[in-house]
Design a protein around this ligand. Structure first.
Ligand code: FES
Length: 344
């Protein structure tokens, strides 16, 4: 199988080169050579690894049309996690050299379970504390960690709800999936005091500097975790933008973190929280309707187009994305992270 030379050119014009086999995607080839380009889902769904091919030819594997629309494919934009070179290639990426890592060393550490709590019928809270002697959690809110199931080499990626801290503690919201490996571990084997190895942080989902533009945060299910982390970060640093959290579930009993969100709203003058239950009973005091419909109504009524941060299952993210198009929110103002059902 032929090997091709890949040259990545960063925003400031620096370059990194490595080789890639024809049946290998560019992100995997780079990792094989200890080069960690920006990537997140590695399944063609999030657009984190997007670049522009300026020389050479390639094939593109299966990708989400939101992450790489057909018109962008025609303009030679590529998702490197689904890009298979057929010639030597040059790819320009929209980030600087310091975002490329050359080793995972220092990113792995051991932790101990300090809280394990059921939050709803299918969501658990898992809190971990570093047990390797360090007391610092480095994190840009929105990033994720890989957690390893003890006694195996199986890992799953989760974004924490906490912010960076010097206590060494992390707080995860984990959806339990029937038959899911991490879910089975959490439901049947995990205990307070047990060791879990973590690796991270990784990923680029997070707050973007955009002046005083209001921020709408839209979360479905455990997609709430990175959203809370970002809003907690805004509180910690006194960021002044007006912000609204739209958190949706189908049924009332599936709602969780209501108290935490209500508390956050009390503590931040700039924050409004909308708890949206699609099939609400008369006794529900929050918003009644799907998060997508409630967001749509607000977007139709507002004159200043906000920045939108979305995290949730693909169906919700796709529906919100369509609402943004319908209501004239430009796609450059929509930042999204889908979590994929197969990875719990
Ligand atoms: S990392 Fe390539 S699309 Fe998500």
């Amino acid at each position: 199988m032929a090997n091709h030379q890949i040259k990545i050119i960063t925003e400031e014009g620096e370059s990194v080169s490595f080789d890639c086999a024809e049946d290998e995607d560019i992100i995997t080839a780079a990792i094989r050579q200890s080069i960690y380009l920006m990537s997140s889902c590695r399944e063609g769904g999030c657009a984190t690894c997007k670049g522009e091919c300026t020389e050479g030819d390639y094939e593109i594997g299966k990708v989400s049309s939101q992450a790489l629309p057909p018109e962008e494919q025609e303009e030679d934009l590529v998702l490197l996690c689904r890009c298979y070179p057929t010639e030597n290639m040059v790819v320009e990426v929209p980030y600087t050299l310091d975002r490329i890592a050359y080793s995972e060393e220092g990113k792995e550490f051991s932790t101990e379970i300090i809280v394990l709590e059921s939050l709803s019928t299918n969501v658990m809270k898992l809190c971990l504390s570093r047990s390797d002697g360090e007391k610092e959690i480095k994190l840009d809110s929105g990033q994720y960690y890989d957690l390893e199931i003890p006694g195996t080499e199986i890992t799953r990626s989760y974004s924490p709800a906490n912010i960076a801290n010097k206590k060494g503690e992390m707080e995860f919201l984990i959806r339990l999936l029937e038959g899911g490996k991490f879910s089975t571990f959490l439901s049947h084997e995990a205990k307070v005091g047990q060791t879990i190895n973590a690796c991270g942080p990784s990923g680029v989902f997070g707050l973007k500097a955009d002046g005083f533009t209001p921020r709408y945060f839209v979360a479905g299910g455990t997609g709430l975790a990175p959203i809370i982390s970002m809003v907690r970060f805004m509180k910690e640093w006194g960021e002044p933008q007006l912000c609204t959290i739209y958190f949706g579930s189908t049924l009332e009993e599936e709602m969780f973190y209501v108290q935490e969100l209500t508390q956050l709203e009390k503590e931040m003058d700039s924050l409004t929280v909308k708890l949206c239950v699609w099939k609400a009973t008369d006794s529900w005091h929050g918003e009644k309707g799907s998060v997508v419909d409630i967001l749509k109504k607000d977007l139709q009524e507002t004159t200043s187009k906000p920045d939108l941060y979305l995290c949730g299952p693909p169906g919700m993210v796709d529906a919100v994305y369509s609402v943004c198009e319908e209501t004239g929110v430009p796609k450059e103002k929509v930042y999204l992270e889908k979590f994929l059902p197969g990875v719990s």
